[in-house]
Design a protein around this ligand. Structure first.
Ligand SMILES: Cc1cc2nc3c(=O)[nH]c(=O)nc-3n(C[C@H](O)[C@H](O)[C@H](O)COP(=O)(O)OP(=O)(O)OC[C@H]3O[C@@H](n4cnc5c(N)ncnc54)[C@H](O)[C@@H]3O)c2cc1C
Length: 394
């Protein structure tokens, strides 16, 4: 077996190569960090080069058209949709629009084993499965193939995923199609499915029951101060504030993101998808009237097609124009990739020989009161300089 690439770390794991291979020579295998990578079985490979042709790494980056992106602060008028979505519930409105035209919507779901995979949804009653951010890398499976067949049947398709998954789809299809709509998320990076698996095992052991359902972003206590909620088959419900949930701590601290996330070429306002979905972090400072802590989405309409789709959903949505500066200010993933945590390699070195409990204690503890106080103290000189400079300007 050999890899599709000379440099494994660049691979985004979109699986476009696996799906395009005419001899099914490419398998998608998990490495020791728990991420999936393509590997070629040389005995089946006919050296046709299709895998490299369909790889987003080798594709030219499409620049956003002039006068785009259009930036908006948006939320869904339907309170229940907004509550069960991550930010403002805009994705659901876009999806309903496509489904109402007989189309199909692709996105990330939890399967029966609470693993995250991509799936196509054909009817509005199944849309709830796509709702909500799942903070681990989703496996695309054969979805690009399914999208191609649907487009051949002249069906409308909305494909939603991380920016690299959207780019992988375009690379796989090789040409644009009027019936294809895409939306991506502003992406901090995707955590290892292997680490998520360890975390689930740990939760099941502690709660002496299998997991029934998992919600990364529950708005029980509001949009900004969200909980990670896990329901177990024995009837136990566990809600943990995200600042205390060890898995979310590791995600936010960039402890176990995919290596390619740290050099991601999509972490910019130059987007490949028609529409970009995000949390409008900092909206309360930008315009307090746009924040009721129920979830405000930051929406980038990156193409005329994306702007038309958003416009078509305007009856279901509250839409306010916003500006790029406000969008970027508290969303660093729009301006560059996240840097790896300094302890990332150590974390993965220890992972095979220990359990989640030990990893938690060593790498994923919330900061202590003393550490928080120390961080505040470190910010004082910067604040003083700003005050002094501000006064001098007047
Ligand atoms: C891994 C990841 C990192 C993110 N990082 C940021 C960030 O740094 N800043 C920011 O503002 N927003 C980020 N987001 C986006 C944000 O969490 C919301 O998805 C976004 O605000 C849309 O919310 P919504 O209310 O419109 O719809 P929701 O109903 O919450 O939309 C969910 C959509 O996200 C898709 N999705 C969910 N999980 C995955 C996954 N694992 N892989 C691919 N697609 C998925 C679903 O298919 C669906 O289309 C991230 C999302 C993910 C999945």
């Amino acid at each position: 077996m050999k890899s599709v690439f000379d440099k494994k770390n660049s691979c985004y794991g979109c699986s476009s190569c696996t799906q395009v291979c005419p001899t099914e020579a490419i398998s998608f295998l998990q490495d020791n960090e728990g991420f999936f990578y393509p590997e070629i079985d040389q005995s089946k490979c006919i050296d046709c080069g299709m895998c490299r042709k369909a790889c987003p790494i080798f594709k030219e980056f499409k620049a956003v058209e002039e006068n785009y992106p259009e930036i908006h602060a948006v939320w869904n008028k339907d309170e229940s949709v907004r509550k069960s979505s991550t930010s403002g519930g805009v994705f659901s409105a876009l999806a309903r629009n496509i489904l109402s035209q007989g189309g199909v919507v692709f996105g990330a779901v939890f399967d029966d084993d609470i693993k995250v995979i991509h799936e196509g949804v054909y009817a509005p009653e199944h849309l709830y499965r796509l709702q909500g951010s799942k903070y681990t890398q989703s496996l695309i499976g054969e979805c690009y193939k399914e999208v191609r067949s649907l487009l051949k049947e002249n069906k409308k398709v909305l494909f939603s995923g991380t920016p690299c998954q959207v780019s992988g789809l375009y690379a796989y299809l090789g040409k644009s199609n009027d019936n294809l709509y895409t939306c991506d998320c502003v992406c901090h990076g995707v955590p290892s499915p292997g680490v998520f698996e360890l975390y689930k095992q740990h939760l099941q052991k502690t709660n002496k029951s299998e997991i029934q359902s998992f919600k990364f972003r529950n708005k029980l206590k509001g949009w900004k101060n969200y909980n990670v909620s896990v329901a177990f088959k024995n009837g136990t419900d566990v809600h943990t504030n995200f600042k205390e949930d060890p898995y979310m701590i590791g995600f936010i601290k960039n402890m176990y993101l995919r290596p390619s996330c740290h050099e991601c070429k999509y972490a910019s306002v130059q987007r490949q998808a028609d529409i970009t979905l995000a949390d409008f972090w900092g909206v309360e400072k930008y315009n307090p009237q746009l924040d009721d802590d129920k979830g405000t989405s930051l929406i980038l309409a990156n193409s005329p097609k994306g702007a038309r789709l958003l416009e078509a959903c305007k009856e279901e949505l509250v839409i306010h124009k916003a500006d790029l500066q406000a969008a970027v200010r508290e969303n660093p993933s729009l301006t560059g990739p996240a840097s790896p945590n300094r302890q990332r390699s150590k974390f993965f070195k220890h992972m095979p020989e220990t359990d989640f409990e030990a990893l938690h204690k060593r790498f994923l503890m919330p900061p202590s009161k003393a550490q928080l106080l120390w961080r505040k103290c470190l910010r004082i000189p910067g604040k003083l300089i700003k005050i002094v400079l501000g006064k001098n300007k007047q």
